[in-house]
Write a new protein. Structure first.
Length: 157
């Protein structure tokens, strides 16, 4: 059970998805099992996507995009604190970290390093060539991203 959650989080971080939904729904079945999906839950508990916070938001340009994001500003480790509206600490899945070093991005999931990916920043996107992550909010120590349809909040370590 715990490993399926780890795989689900790693999947959202590493593999491009065809899902382009703007919301993430947390669903709980009759047995209490949690799942996350892009469609509203049927007969279960759901949570809407993340809302913007007024404090600590990056400068936005005229089109509402993050304007001060750069490869240099991403350098270091970023801890994923929320997936959708669910705190990762409440999910019991361990820590997931994004690490930026030079032009390489590595996901560290519960202490296990994944294969590094080359990245570059293009406007408000972290681009990996085959897929991109939209940065919705950014400051020097916090960011909110849309990683292939799944909204995540991160804090710099």
């Amino acid at each position: 059970m715990k490993y399926s959650r780890i795989i689900a989080i790693a999947f959202t971080c590493l593999i491009p998805s065809i899902v382009s939904a703007g919301q993430v729904y947390k669903c709980v079945d009759d047995a209490g099992k949690k799942s996350f999906q892009s469609r509203p839950c049927s007969g279960t508990i759901s949570a809407n996507s993340l809302k913007r916070s007024a404090s600590d938001i990056a400068k936005l340009d005229a089109k509402g995009k993050v304007s001060n994001l750069s490869a240099d500003s991403l350098q270091g480790q970023w801890l994923i604190t929320h997936v959708g509206n669910e705190a990762t600490a409440d999910m019991g899945i361990g820590q997931d970290i994004w690490e930026f070093k030079g032009n390489k991005w590595t996901t560290i999931s519960s202490g296990h390093r994944m294969r590094p990916e080359t990245f570059f920043v293009s406007g408000s996107k972290i681009d990996f060539g085959s897929f991109a992550i939209d940065v919705m909010e950014y400051s020097q120590n916090k960011m909110m991203v849309d990683a292939m349809g799944i909204k995540q909040r991160l804090v710099k370590r």
